[in-house]
Design a protein around this ligand. Structure first.
Ligand SMILES: [Zn+2]
Length: 509
């Protein structure tokens, strides 16, 4: 019971009566000791074991992922499929016994629908069609267009200026082909050797990710001004896999800024184009493109799905656990981020089923618009800014199907000893790294930017580099044992943080 000003008087009165009758007080004490002996409170370690066991016995992690992938399908931000996923996830949360389950609206400036993307080599007449995929929130071509293939070798604006007046009608290759990693290293390699991958900078890079993205924007604007027909990039993956990405900033309309048709080309086909276009004159390389995409006029409503287990002592303080429900659309959005979604739902099920009473409220959020720039989580923290000071942490699972091996992020070294002490039960499950640095951007970053410790699970790669944003991101890539372990890690971490005496420290080092 919370004591408001009105009830305080009667409570004081009741205690006074108890003091007056010493015998009653003694009886009360005896009764309370006796009842404690009958139902001793579970220790934190016992609770951990209970959650870990529930994850093993009643797991729904694969059943939920299968439904999401096979019956709902890929979930592009703003699409009807994503809305169906929102509603379905809310139903799951209700079935597990969460409270305050609802869809929370945010607004996106424009929707986008992928059409067809066809490409073939016209000259030399070698009969090759090319495997291509359009970047998201980018335009198509005005029907069939043909153009000479030109290799762009500009790394900065000065080098770009040298192409002025020379590219009208051309179909431009963005540079030399990507150096693919050795296949034997694939299990270890993360995302982003693709054309807009987040870690393309790699070792010894001179430019930050932001600088690289800024240059790409300027490059696209320059090529559009010069009358280029399309920009082609190396999908940067083995076995002819494709890649897609793209988005917008804030409330800007993507159709106003992404004006150049931009496509990923399967690596082997990109290499072919590069070899052909490298031949000395008079050899000519010409291709035909036919790409149809549609921008859907906005603003459009989009939804995050939210549910809670209400805190027993500090219900107005929160631990957020989340993953993103939206996905790209070349595959099924299985490992990015159906797996995280399924782990969050499973965490909700495990915690609710175990009947735990967390001190703080644990809030489960399935974000949307993550892939286009963390839009759903940014909108969420904006809308909930009055609660941010009372949020202890935001935990996110978003690096594919791999087993959880660490937790950290945000550069907060002060968290390490706390997490290390609280999460001892997870060590035997393989979660051993508590690091202030975890690579990878996801929705926790939107919270972290506003001072709430944003923590991301570090996971084994488990082939994420193959599947990420490609047509191979399908259900068969998911590994049940690892996802069960992910739900164990998430449920134990969420409950432990929710039960700490204080909110997690926010100091950064
Ligand atoms: Zn993701």
């Amino acid at each position: 019971m919370r004591i408001s000003g009105e009830t305080a008087g009667t409570v004081r009165g009741r205690w006074a009566a108890v003091w007056l009758g010493g015998f009653s007080l003694l009886a009360l004490l005896v009764a309370s000791v006796a009842s404690r002996a009958q139902a001793p409170a579970e220790t934190a370690e016992e609770l951990d074991r209970k959650l870990i066991a529930e994850a093993r016995t009643g797991s729904q992690v694969m059943a939920n992922l299968k439904y999401l992938c096979d019956e709902i399908g890929p979930r592009l931000t703003g699409s009807p499929a994503l809305k169906r996923a929102n509603t379905w996830a809310a139903e799951r949360m209700k079935a597990y016994g969460l409270t305050n389950v609802h869809l929370e609206t945010w607004s996106m400036p424009e929707g986008w629908q992928r059409g067809h993307a066809r490409a073939r080599i016209v000259e030399p007449e070698n009969g090759r069609t090319l495997s291509v995929a359009s970047m998201g929130w980018h335009p198509g071509t005005p029907g069939k267009v043909q153009g000479d293939v030109v290799i762009l070798r500009a790394k900065d604006l000065k080098e770009l200026a040298a192409y002025q007046g020379k590219l009208r009608g051309a179909i431009v290759l963005s540079g030399p082909p990507t150096q693919l990693p050795d296949l034997k290293d694939m299990e270890k390699i993360g995302v982003g050797f693709g054309p807009t991958g987040r870690k393309e900078k790699g070792k010894g890079a001179k430019r930050s990710f932001e600088e690289m993205m800024a240059f790409r924007k300027e490059r696209a604007d320059f090529l559009k001004r010069e009358g280029v027909a399309a920009l082609l990039m190396d999908a940067g993956k083995h076995f002819g896999l494709l890649f897609t990405s793209g988005g917008w900033r804030g409330t800007e309309r993507p159709s106003a800024t992404n004006r150049l048709p931009t496509l990923a080309v399967a690596h082997n086909h990109y290499e072919l184009l590069y070899r052909l276009a490298s031949r000395p004159a008079p050899a000519r390389t010409r291709i035909e493109l036919d790409v149809s995409n549609t921008f859907v006029p906005g603003p459009l409503p989009v939804f995050n799905t939210v549910g809670e287990i209400r805190g027993s002592e500090k219900p107005e303080e929160y631990v957020i656990v989340g993953a993103h429900l939206d996905s790209w659309d070349l595959g099924q959005g299985a490992t990015d981020n159906g797996t995280g979604t399924s782990v969050v739902l499973e965490t909700a099920r495990i915690l609710a089923k175990s009947g735990v009473k967390p001190r703080r409220t644990i809030r489960f959020i399935l974000f949307t618009g993550e892939e286009q720039g963390l839009h759903g989580s940014r909108a969420y923290v904006e809308k909930h800014k009055d609660e941010l000071a009372r949020m202890s942490a935001c935990l996110v699972h978003d690096t594919g199907t791999g087993k959880v091996i660490g937790l950290g992020g945000g550069g907060r070294a002060a968290l390490r000893p706390i997490l290390e002490k609280e999460l001892t039960s997870l060590k035997e499950l393989g979660l051993t790294e508590f690091t202030p640095r975890v690579s990878g951007g996801s929705d926790h970053a939107s919270f972290d930017r506003k001072g709430v410790p944003g923590l991301m699970f570090k996971q084994e790669r488990a082939g994420y580099g193959f599947t990420h944003h490609s047509q191979a991101d399908t259900f068969d890539r998911a590994r049940e044992a690892d996802l069960i372990q992910g739900a164990q890690a998430m449920s134990v971490a969420a409950l432990r943080i929710a039960n700490l005496p204080e909110l997690l420290p926010r100091t950064k080092e």
